[in-house]
Design a protein. Structure first.
Length: 333
C-alpha cells in the first residue's frame, strides 16, 4: 500500500502535464517555459525599452561630447574663429598644400571647438583654423571635438596646441600674448597658454611695445626670425621713420618676397637712419665754483664736481624751489 501511494504522488496527472508541457515540443533538459504574456502588454514594454535605450545613448553622446571624447562632423559654415587670433594670416602656399593633403588622405587630426557662447547652434574654434579653412575650400564637413570651454580654457588650449606643433613664429606668439593681455587675461593664464616663464613673456611684451603693429603686419610672420633679432629691431626703431619703412615694405616688389626677407629689409632701413646733428654744447663756468655749465639750443646742464665739493649738488637741489621763486619775483619786478 505504501508503495502504491508513492507512485501516485510522483506521477503527475494528465491535466498537470498539459499545463506545463508545450503541445508540440517536450521541455528541454527539464526547462519549464513561462506562460506567454499577452501581446498588448509586451508591445508597450518593448516600446518603453527602446525609448529608454535611445535616451541612454543620447545622454552618453552628450556626456562624451562634453568630455571631448567623441569626434563629430560639422558644417564649416557653423564654425567661427577664436575670439583672439594667434596668427597674422594663413599662408596661401601652406593652405594649398594642406588642402591637397586632406583631399588625398582625409582630415587625420580633428579640430577643437566649443559651443558658441552667444549664438545657439554655432561653434567657436579653439585650434585648427587652417584645417577649418581647408575644409571650407574643399567643401566638406570638418571633423571636430566639441567641448565646453571657458574663455581661459579656450586660449590655453589654443596656445598649447600651437606650441606643441611649433607652427607659430616668434612674433605671432608675442602678438598672441599681447592680445591676451589686452583682453585682461592674467600673466599666469598667458604663460600657461604659451608654455613660457615670466622672463620670456616679458621679452615678448617688450617687443610688442617697441615694434608697432602696423610694421609687424607689413613684415609678416617671419618664421625664421627669433627673439633676439626682434628685440634688436625694436631698439633700432627708436627715432626711426617707421612710416617710411612701412611704406617701402608695402610696395608691390616687397610683397613678392618672403616675410623673412621683409624683416631683413626693415632692419636694414632702421639701422640706416641718419641721426639729426646735435648742436654743439657751449661750456662755461663761474670762477671759484666747482660747477661746469653746458648750454645748448634747447637747455642747459649743470655738472657738479663731486671731488672738489662733495654734497654741493644736493645742497643746491634742496634750494631750487626757493631759487625758482626768487627768479620769478625778480622777472616780475
Amino acid at each position: 500500500m505504501a508503495r502504491k501511494n508513492l507512485i501516485e504522488i510522483s506521477a503527475p496527472s494528465p491535466a498537470r502535464v498539459e499545463s506545463i508541457a508545450p503541445r508540440d515540443n517536450r521541455p528541454i533538459a527539464g526547462f519549464v517555459p513561462q506562460e506567454r504574456v499577452g501581446a498588448p502588454v509586451g508591445g508597450i514594454t518593448k516600446t518603453l525599452g527602446n525609448i529608454t535605450e535611445k535616451m541612454e545613448r543620447a545622454s552618453e553622446l552628450e556626456r562624451q561630447l562634453a568630455a571631448g571624447q567623441t569626434i563629430v562632423e560639422l558644417d564649416p559654415g557653423l564654425i567661427e574663429a577664436s575670439f583672439v587670433s594667434d596668427r597674422l594670416a594663413i599662408d596661401a602656399a601652406e593652405l594649398a598644400e594642406l588642402v591637397e593633403q586632406i583631399r588625398e588622405h582625409g582630415q587625420q587630426v580633428p579640430i577643437l571647438v566649443r559651443p558658441h557662447p552667444e549664438t545657439k547652434g554655432r561653434y567657436q574654434v579653439a585650434y585648427g583654423h587652417r584645417r577649418l579653412a581647408a575644409a571650407k575650400e574643399i567643401g566638406i564637413r570638418v571633423r571636430a571635438v566639441v567641448r565646453d570651454l571657458t574663455d581661459g580654457q579656450l586660449v590655453v588650449s589654443q596656445g598649447q596646441e600651437n606650441s606643441a606643433r611649433t607652427n607659430l613664429s616668434y612674433i605671432e606668439r608675442a602678438l598672441f600674448a599681447w592680445r591676451l593681455e589686452e583682453r585682461g587675461f592674467g600673466r599666469d593664464t598667458i604663460m600657461a597658454a604659451l608654455s613660457v616663464d615670466k622672463a620670456a613673456l616679458s621679452r615678448m611684451l617688450i617687443v610688442m611695445r617697441q615694434v608697432p603693429l602696423e610694421l609687424i603686419n607689413a613684415i609678416g610672420a617671419a618664421p625664421d626670425i627669433g627673439r633676439r633679432r626682434w628685440l634688436e629691431l625694436g631698439e633700432w626703431l627708436e627715432g626711426a621713420d617707421i612710416g617710411k619703412i612701412i611704406a617701402e615694405l608695402s610696395a608691390d616688389d616687397a610683397r613678392k618676397i618672403s616675410s623673412d626677407e621683409r624683416f631683413h629689409q626693415a632692419f636694414a632701413l632702421a639701422t640706416k637712419k641718419t641721426a639729426a646733428p646735435r648742436p654743439a654744447a657751449v661750456k662755461s663756468e663761474v670762477s671759484g665754483v666747482p660747477v661746469m655749465i653746458k648750454k645748448t639750443a634747447s637747455g642747459a646742464t649743470f655738472v657738479f664736481d663731486g671731488k672738489i665739493a662733495p654734497g654741493f649738488d644736493q645742497f643746491v637741489q634742496e634750494r631750487l624751489q626757493g631759487l625758482f621763486q626768487e627768479f620769478k619775483k625778480h622777472r616780475g619786478a
